[in-house]
Design a protein around this ligand. Structure first.
Ligand code: FAD
Ligand code: MLT
Ligand code: ZN
Length: 483
């Protein structure tokens, strides 16, 4: 792609406007004026070290009004922008492609209000997920979303990507839990739809466009969200299984027998566990190797009742030969360590260099076949091995079994065109043939922008473009990305 010449180049005069407006400590500048401030590079690079932009200016507004003034100025002067939360996104959506101005939300990080009866939390968009969840813990509530990046991702970023995470099967998607949004449009208009109502059928539900909008129509500044009661009895079981057929049987049984207390059902193949072990050197929770592992979590209000259910379930699945081996966490430390074998996967896979990440919705019966087909293709191409010259370290599968959401990851020593050529468009065609989705939860960003047609019809894409043009006629919001 080439830089779009419609966008203005940043000048000293622009920078002066912003620094006068926002005050000291609210901008990171590099190369526009003489006084370069902090290191700008962390804002230009993504979590995977795959994408790198060239911004010279990062702005950190401290209020919705400031976001409004910044955007209006950018819109009037044709300055392109990228909204940025915790920069943990996995599709290159949160960093500039060229010299777009980064609007970083980290200074808007307050909890605005919490209603202890209804469980409605209102936060600034830049509030870190874990900070909000720790606050809720004190009140006996839980944030309805949890994911491995919780220590750095922002709630605004979660909403902008419609993140799914580890407990979607229990608490549902943000499209249901988010009750209201405050956002700023590129022309500076403040959209105050920060409703706290559970039910509100008065016309189009426009806030839904911002949920999963990936910063292409406006900047989310505030979020109101319905939080469930925190369960005081939490149990975790870690199981080893001999085939994907048996994983499906175990899932079926877990839903039937654990029903209302089931809060996560996660899948990990042995290849992913092997790579985690090679990085952490931790002792695996189960003796011997099994092709598949599942992590089952239950959350309920009565530990005796939950323990009884879970023990009965485990007895049943072991007796029937569905599960080959399993362990039950005995305390909070063990719960954390078992979760580590699942939550630690993304970070460990990055250990060797680069990772090709695919986040797919696939009909559950065929979910794992894609990993096998991909591994076969990469093996046949002679690209995998232990030698320094073999680019691929491992082809692994893991993900949110409970949501039919597979993460197919190819860990490499370095990003390598030969590997990419084997994977794309192969993976997208494979998924499209089965009417799956090429992005279940991470979004499209820059990484998948050319492939939207594998999951959406021309009519749908045309409607999306019309909406984009309506909200952002100058096209300053997160350009070069999916729309
Ligand atoms: P960023 O990465 O900063 O931005 C993501 C996108 O949202 C960009 O397009 C950006 O422009 C836009 N954006 C950010 N803030 C705003 C705003 N205020 N207004 C408008 N647009 C905005 N994702 C899942 O769905 N499920 C998982 O289980 C999961 N696990 C992860 C585990 C790890 C270790 C990592 C690194 C990532 C994981 N992710 C997961 C991906 C990522 O963390 C989530 O998508 C997260 O929601 C992104 O939040 P963020 O604040 O980091 O956003
Ligand atoms: C996960 O489920 O671990 C996240 O979506 C991150 C990833 O896919 O690696
Ligand atoms: Zn995930």
């Amino acid at each position: 792609i080439k830089r779009d010449p419609r966008y203005a180049q940043l000048t000293e005069e622009h920078v002066k406007f912003f620094t006068d407006l926002l005050g000291e400590g609210s901008a990171v500048i590099d190369g526009v004026t003489k006084d370069a401030t902090d290191d700008i590079e962390p804002f230009n690079g993504d979590w995977m070290r795959k994408y790198k932009g060239h911004t010279k200016l990062v702005l950190k507004p401290g209020s919705t009004e400031e976001v409004s003034k910044v955007l209006k100025y950018c819109n009037d002067h044709m300055l392109a922008v990228v909204p940025q939360g915790g920069n943990s996104g996995l599709v290159g959506g949160s960093v500039p492609v060229f010299d777009e101005i980064v609007i970083n939300m980290s200074r808007m990080n307050e909890i605005r209000s919490f209603d202890e009866v209804s469980g409605t939390l209102v936060v600034d968009a830049g509030c870190i997920l874990e900070v909000a969840d720790n606050y809720l813990k004190e009140k006996g509530y839980i944030f309805p979303l949890d994911l491995g990046a919780k220590g750095s991702c922002h709630i605004g970023g979660n909403v902008a990507t419609n993140a799914g995470g580890l407990r979607l099967l229990r608490y549902g998607s943000l499209h249901g839990n988010v009750l209201g949004i405050e956002a700023v449009l590129p022309d500076g208009t403040i959209v105050d739809d920060l409703s706290k109502l559970r039910k509100n059928n008065t016309g189009y539900d426009l806030k839904q466009l911002f949920i999963g909008g990936e910063g292409t129509i406006g900047i989310i500044t505030g979020v109101s969200i319905l939080c469930p009661q925190r369960s005081n009895a939490v149990n975790v079981a870690f199981l080893g299984l001999e085939s994907f057929e048996k994983v499906q049987q175990a899932f079926r049984e877990a839903k039937g027998q654990l029903s209302e207390i089931l809060s996560a059902f996660e899948l990990m193949d042995s290849y992913s566990q092997d790579l985690v072990h090679r990085v952490t050197k931790n002792k695996h929770p189960l003796e011997g190797e099994h092709p598949f592992y599942c992590l089952i979590e239950t959350s309920g209000s009565n530990s005796e009742h939950d323990n009884e259910k879970l023990e009965k379930f485990l007895e049943y699945v072991m007796e029937k030969g569905i599960v080959a081996d399993g362990v039950l966490a005995q305390d909070a430390t063990q719960i954390k360590s078992l979760w580590g074998w699942r939550e630690g996967i993304p970070e460990c896979l990055g250990h060797w260099g680069g990772v090709y990440k695919y986040d797919l919705s696939i009909p559950i019966s065929e979910l794992y076949s894609l990993v096998e087909d991909t591994r076969e293709k990469i093996t046949k191409a002679g690209l995998i091995g232990d030698g320094d010259k073999d680019p691929v370290v491992g082809v692994v599968g893991y993900g949110h079994m409970g949501d039919s959401n597979l993460h197919l990851n190819v860990a490499t020593r370095t990003f390598d065109k030969r590997v990419e050529k084997e994977l794309e468009p192969f993976v997208y065609e494979w998924v499209s043939k089965r009417n799956g989705s090429i992005s279940a939860e991470h979004g499209l960003g820059l990484a998948k922008k050319n492939y939207i047609g594998y999951s959406r019809s021309e009519t749908m894409i045309k409607l999306m473009k019309q909406i984009k043009n309506l909200y952002d006629p100058n096209g300053i919001m997160n350009p070069y990305k999916y729309i």
